[in-house]
Design a binder for this molecule. Sequence first.
Ligand SMILES: Nc1ncnc2c1ncn2[C@@H]1O[C@H](COP(=O)(O)OP(=O)(O)OP(=O)(O)O)[C@@H](O)[C@H]1O
Ligand SMILES: [Mg+2]
Length: 332
Amino acid sequence: MSRKIGLDIGTSTLVSGIVEEDGVSVFKSQRDCFYKIIPKTAVNKNSIKMSLDKRKVSYVEDEDGAFIIVGKDALEIAVERNDTAERPMVKGVISPKDKAALPMLKFIIKSLIGEGKKGDKCFFSVPSAPIDGNFDILYHREMLSLYINQMGFEATPINEAFAVALSELVESELTGAVVTYGAGLCNFSIVHEGDPLIQFSVGRSGDYIDTSVANALDVSPSLVQVEKEAGTDLYNPKTKIIQAVSMYYRATIDYTLQTISHELNKKKKDLPMFRDPMTIVVAGGLTKAKGFVKMFDEVLKTVGFPMEVGKVLCAKDPLLAVANGALLASML
Ligand SMILES: Nc1ncnc2c1ncn2[C@@H]1O[C@H](COP(=O)(O)OP(=O)(O)OP(=O)(O)O)[C@@H](O)[C@H]1O
Ligand SMILES: [Mg+2]
């Protein structure tokens, strides 16, 4: 039987979804990062190798003898060394400056979905082009199509926010707006009866929070990320770091909603006329913080959003919604 896979290729996390033979969807995730350790001597090299093997870390050795640790282990080891793990992607697309980016990304994707066989399909997520940045997504989308095809799958790109609409807006007849808050980008879309009418992204999300807090408190961005993910209660911050994280959450929601409203106001004549107030679904890792929807709602009321909004809902599982939507698309 041919396999169908939904793959969310994110700046911070990759998530794959697959339907097993018993009809149950199974999701797996891997951190989209790597960390290089360059041994100083041959003895040093053997001792590093021993400790990585003992810890069951997933790594490869490059041609210069360095160890490249990938995934979740890379983030943990970087934090232990008071350092920052590297990312193959920046702001939703393949990092343009780093030569290791493409092979690393390919390696991490392969570790999640393996090789495909004839007839296997993989729908993978791509972001929308940003309205506040000067890059497009064509190179990213085409390179990933090529790689996933080379891995033996029939590759089809699907827009990240549209994938969330497929996953979360079925009860609203695939009509409403989606805002995703990932690491690199905030993606926005308005979908009307299954048709994506407006799609763009804004270049500020979780990474902006991590680096802003790191600069303000003189700590590493990886440490901020780890603490933020360990449990952020936006209206009841318990530590100095989480207090600063909460401030930058509000600044991020404010910037993204201001930018979205400004763009929609410019496009006012093209906006669809909805019969009922529009549902907005939020998804992505940042929306897992306690109090996110409350803060989003508060800010939304202040930005001159040009459409009547009904409910603001959080995706059932904010980290899996994109992969789930891509998986559903592969089965349509
Ligand atoms: N439980 C949590 N609480 C708060 N923030 C979280 C939590 N889990 C993940 N995050 C944050 O969410 C962001 C990652 O979200 P997500 O995995 O949706 O992004 P991505 O898909 O990798 O990135 P992008 O869509 O921008 O390419 C990171 O900033 C991460 O630290
Ligand atoms: Mg994402």
